[in-house]
Design a protein around this ligand. Sequence first.
Ligand code: IPM
Ligand code: MG
Length: 408
Amino acid sequence: MVDEAAIKRAQEHFGELLKKQMERIGRMKASKDETDLSKIDKIIIGVCGGDGIGPYICNSARIVMEHLLADRIKSGNIEVRTIDGLTIERRVEVMKAIPDDTLEELRKCHLILKGPTTTPKKGDPWPNIESANVAMRKELDLFANVRPVKVPELGVDWVFFRENTEGSYALGSDGIDVSDELAIDFCVATSIGTERIIRAGFEHAKKSGINYVSLVTKANVVKTTDGKFLSTAEAVAKDYPGIKWDDWFIDIMTAKLIDPYRRSDFKVMVLPNLYGDILTDEAAQIQGGVGTAGSANIGSKYSMFEAIHGSAPRMVDEGRAQYADPSSMIKAVAMMLNHMGEVEKAAKLEMALDICCQFEKKKTMTGRSNGATGDEFAQYVMDTMARSDIKAVWQSYVDAAIAKAKTK
Ligand code: IPM
Ligand code: MG
């Protein structure tokens, strides 16, 4: 039986969604917002702890960040600001993904270091409000979610460019329960949104001397939005004649990432939002787990740096939040430093992280009181950075790991 009234209600809801998306396209087209960090007298970095283990690991990362930027902070060229208000309690209290006053504070920053935030799902004790991550990415138009994954001994050196404001996430909290029997969600692709992420991937390849970009979609099934992704890639690729590109379906790419004969061929991967979410967790696991991966959310005006994992509320409930591993957030700091042009400091921090997490492991993080605390680990990373032979130490570890992998 067809419930005409239900269809009418759904059509009206859908009409509203279309209107909002068209308005968004208008805003993207009209936007002249651009931040050139090299031209700003005072760069404001907002530190937003989030909730669960977020404030703990974010604070450990902040210690490292402030240590590395001490001179610029002292000279007044950088101001680091604490931004509260992204806790699940506060978000539920005002029933908003990001409380208005918090968003206002975030908009006053140029760069944001953000801890994980709890994202409720249907059935949780919390009301099913939109994810703070997703809302921040959309509100600040952070369209490129850049996630590097490196495992030298496997020859793996990937950078994922995950579209961050559209796809299945754009209307992820705006699906329609048409009737008790029928639920519909939406997937969104705009020309401008698709082009800018693909271009970001190609630009990164060009700047880094990489001559290979892979597009990942499911355009054989999701024909309209993923189809647009693919046809846009064809057009954009023409501007980069020196770069070879190909396209893969997400299912086979998931398999190829664990194919030891094939995976080291991939370099830059560009994908729609949801596939990017899933594939980057798999990639991070190959590197050692989601706790090891950082993420840069880049827009034209703002940029936000975060872990790729969640807020682990269980660790807080069990009183062991101070033992949570801050590596992902420290990695996010390295990405922020790179973005600011502090390339040498970023490289040193990354080397120190590799030494501490993958090789030397003098302070083990177990997530419990038999392991190091996040702050102890941060100190270990800073002590490692202070070593004058850090580069040689790092190189010798990597060479040994590669040699060992070859004998397997
Ligand atoms: C991520 C996370 C988020 C996402 C969640 C917390 C909403 O998984 O950053 O990958 O799906 O984007
Ligand atoms: Mg994810």
